[in-house]
Structures are given as structure tokens and as C-alpha cells.
Design a protein around this ligand. Structure first.
Ligand code: AMP
Ligand code: MG
Length: 397
């Protein structure tokens, strides 16, 4: 059986970026830059005042000097400063040539046409110099950067109304199982709600993809094949259920029939041993996730999320990992890596991982308010409380 690392490598080798599109800047939050950005202008564009006050020549002070006029934010740079005079100036207004300092208005006795400046001034004080934040020609953002508020503000300041970003993958989500009913239906005995579609849909959105919910396929190979055919027009296909060895598990055979070249079926991990992965001749990655709700979400985290990020051209596709101290002894049989859902608490210099009590692969409560997946290696049999182990951070703590 493939290890988690081997499966990760195989998926990475099979997945290609979808390419770039231009997005209007107000639609770029969370997306990934598709090219480097070089500043085409200085920020700030001109020397300007950091405060409301008076533009002066530091060498003239202290003195009482005539006021040449007022410069407001938005005024074009105009007349310079004659030695022995001052300009009244507002925050953001261009500093007149010849002035080398701004004295804040609180320190000046402003008498209208004259100003009494009783203190000396340091050259450069309260002046923001052209290009001191960003110099024209400087590379400010690299390809693959995820755009957050700071990056978007900078792009706007540099005048980018549109931004090249990686295309978002459209991800078809198909649930399989005769027992499944829609979320708006009260289940009869034996039925359960198709919760995976919604959990996976949310995970897809969080990873920058656009989920396309394709509904529920019954445990019938022919119907499955025809539904898969339609779903494969998306950029990625994710199914849940029907991939293990049960009598009604038809997904693997249906993938074959629908033209998916299968790469592997199983990964040595828990939760989530069954994971079918393959690619169509159009290059559409297909993930057959297990049906158990926690298994499907954990498998998504480990394998589908990085693939969706790679398709968007993200520079970083893995969640951060940190070393944590295991809060309780954990025993297992060898052969599969285990991923424990845990909450993290800071304890002195360390981070303590408290596994949630319900670790069953169907127990959705273990996915609520969860901070991390604690990884227990494939060959481990007992990890005693206090041992340092690796954890995948699902959110910052
Ligand atoms: P399977 O992999 O099809 O054998 O399903 C394993 C378990 O997951 C069964 O208990 C199913 O009822 C459950 N299951 C399968 N698909 C879903 C789904 N879409 N939503 C919630 N539970 C599911
Ligand atoms: Mg099933």
C-alpha cells in the first residue's frame, strides 16, 4: 500500500496549473498572483508632509517668519519655499522645493500672515520622501503569492485595476450511496443525510475552488458511469463513498468505464484508507474519497486541498506543520499513519495537543472546533504522553 508521502508525490506529479485570468482588483482576495509585480511608480509618489503644520528650512529656525500660503492634500507641487519664509501645509500635501522639514502646527503660534516657530527643527523631520515605501522598478510581489488585504492595498496604490491571478478550479462533487438523502429531507429508517457534499463543498471553497454539487448517485454502476460522464466536464472531480471493498462499492469500476486512468486505490492512513486517484485523458484529476464523513474530510485536507492550490499556481500548497507535545498516550497497530483531530493549547514554551475524545472515522463532532491533525507515523505502535510529534495546523492558534 502506498504511504501518504508516496501518494502525495504521485498526485503532485499529475496535477497541472489551470492558467491565469485577469480579475478586477476587488475580486482578488484569497487568490494567487500569476505574475511578478514590479512597481511602475514611486510610493509615495512625491515628497509629502506627514503632519499638519508648517514647511520650513530647518536652518531658518527658531524665528518668526512670513507665511507664503497654504498647501493642501491634492494640490499639485507648486511654488518653492523662499529662504526666510514658511508654507502652511496639510498632511499628505506635497512639500515645496527648498523646504527640508515640517514643524507640527501644535508647536507654532499661527498669526495668519506670520508664524512664530520658537524651537529648532531637524532636517527631514515629518517629511515622507518619494519612493521611501516602494521605489519604482522594485519587485514588490512574487508569482504565487496569495493576495490578502495588504497585497491588494499595495496593488491598488500602484494603479493595478486588474490583476493576473490563477484560475479557480471548478470542482464537481458527487456523493454515492443508496442510503443518502438530501439535506432538506427527513431521513426514513436506514437513510442518512448527504452531509459530505456540504463539508467537501466548504473545504473546496476554503481552498479557492468553486464547488459544483452534482447530487447523489445510487449504488448502481450504470447510473454512476453516466453521472460521472457529466461531472467530468469540471476541472476536478471529487466523489465520496463506494470506494472500499463492499459488495455495492462500484466507484472504482465506474471510474474505469468513464475513462479515468487510475493511479492508486489505497493509502496507508487512518482515517481514510480507501482513496482512489486517477486522471482523465483531458487531465482532470479524479479523487474517489471514502464515504465516512471524517475520512473524506481528512483525505481532502491531505491530498485534494494541495492539488487545488497547485492548480491555482499557489507558491505554498501545504498547511504549516509544527511540533507539538502529545497530551495523552496513544496506541495503535503498525501499518498505517494515523491523523488525530486535536485542539492545541500553549503550555510554557511548548504547544500541547489534546486529541478530541471521539476519533471514529464517522464522528463529525471531532471535526468541530479542531486546530490540527496530529500525525502518528505508520510504524508506531505506542506514543507516550509527552512525546513530541508533528501536527498539521488547520488554523492558527
Ligand atoms: P462507503 O464508503 O460508501 O462504504 O460509506 C462509508 C460510510 O460513510 C457509510 O456509513 C455511509 O453511510 C457514510 N457515507 C457515505 N457517503 C456519505 C455522505 N455523502 N454523507 C454522509 N455519510 C456518508
Ligand atoms: Mg456506500
Amino acid at each position: 500500500m502506498l504511504s501518504v508521502n508516496q501518494a502525495t508525490q504521485r498526485i503532485r506529479a499529475a496535477v497541472r496549473p489551470l492558467g491565469a485570468e485577469l480579475a478586477t482588483i476587488d475580486n482578488t482576495a484569497g487568490r494567487f498572483l500569476a505574475s511578478d509585480v514590479v512597481a511602475g511608480r514611486n510610493l509615495p509618489p512625491h515628497d509629502n508632509s506627514a503632519m499638519d503644520g508648517f514647511a520650513v528650512r530647518a536652518a531658518d529656525l527658531p524665528a518668526t517668519l512670513p507665511v507664503a500660503g497654504t498647501i493642501a492634500a491634492g494640490d499639485a507641487p507648486g511654488a518653492g519655499l523662499e529662504p526666510g519664509t514658511v508654507w502652511r501645509i496639510m498632511t499628505g500635501a506635497p512639500v515645496p522645493s527648498g523646504a527640508d522639514a515640517v514643524v507640527i502646527r501644535e508647536e507654532v503660534d499661527d498669526r495668519g500672515d506670520r508664524a512664530e516657530l520658537a524651537n529648532p527643527a531637524q532636517p527631514g523631520q515629518n517629511i515622507r520622501h518619494a519612493g521611501e515605501d516602494v521605489a519604482s522598478g522594485e519587485r514588490v510581489l512574487a508569482t504565487g503569492t496569495q493576495l490578502g488585504p495588504g497585497e491588494i492595498g499595495l496593488l491598488a496604490a500602484l494603479g493595478h485595476a486588474t490583476v493576473p491571478v490563477g484560475k479557480r478550479p471548478r470542482v464537481a462533487v458527487m456523493s454515492t450511496g443508496d442510503e443518502l438523502v438530501g439535506v432538506d429531507v427527513t431521513p426514513r429508517p436506514g437513510q442518512i443525510v448527504n452531509s459530505n457534499a456540504y463539508a467537501l463543498g466548504a473545504q473546496i471553497r476554503e481552498a479557492g475552488g468553486e464547488p459544483i454539487l452534482c447530487g447523489i448517485a445510487p449504488d448502481d454502476r450504470e447510473i454512476l458511469v453516466s453521472m460521472l460522464g457529466q461531472a467530468l466536464s469540471a476541472d476536478v472531480l471529487v466523489t465520496s463513498g463506494g470506494v472500499s471493498v463492499g459488495e455495492f462499492d462500484h466507484v472504482k469500476a465506474a471510474f474505469d468505464r468513464a475513462g479515468v486512468a487510475m493511479d492508486f486505490w489505497k493509502v496507508a492512513m487512518k482515517p481514510g484508507k480507501p482513496l482512489a486517484f486517477g486522471v482523465t485523458d483531458r487531465g482532470v484529476p479524479v479523487f474517489g474519497l471514502p464515504g465516512n464523513p471524517v475520512s473524506s474530510m481528512v483525505v481532502f485536507e491531505l491530498f485534494v486541498r494541495p492539488a487545488l492550490l497547485a492548480m491555482q499556481g499557489a507558491a505554498t500548497i501545504d498547511r504549516p506543520r509544527i511540533e507539538v507535545v502529545l497530551g495523552q498516550t496513544y496506541k495503535k497497530s503498525p501499518g498505517r499513519a494515523h491523523y488525530l483531530r486535536a485542539r492545541l493549547v500553549r503550555h510554557r514554551d511548548a504547544v500541547l495537543a489534546e486529541p478530541l475524545t471521539k476519533q471514529g472515522s464517522g464522528m463529525l463532532s471531532s471535526m468541530v472546533d479542531v486546530d490540527a491533525l496530529v500525525e502518528i507515523g505508520r510504524d508506531e505502535t505506542e506514543v507516550v504522553d509527552g512525546t513530541r510529534v508533528s501536527a498539521i495546523l488547520l488554523r492558527s492558534v
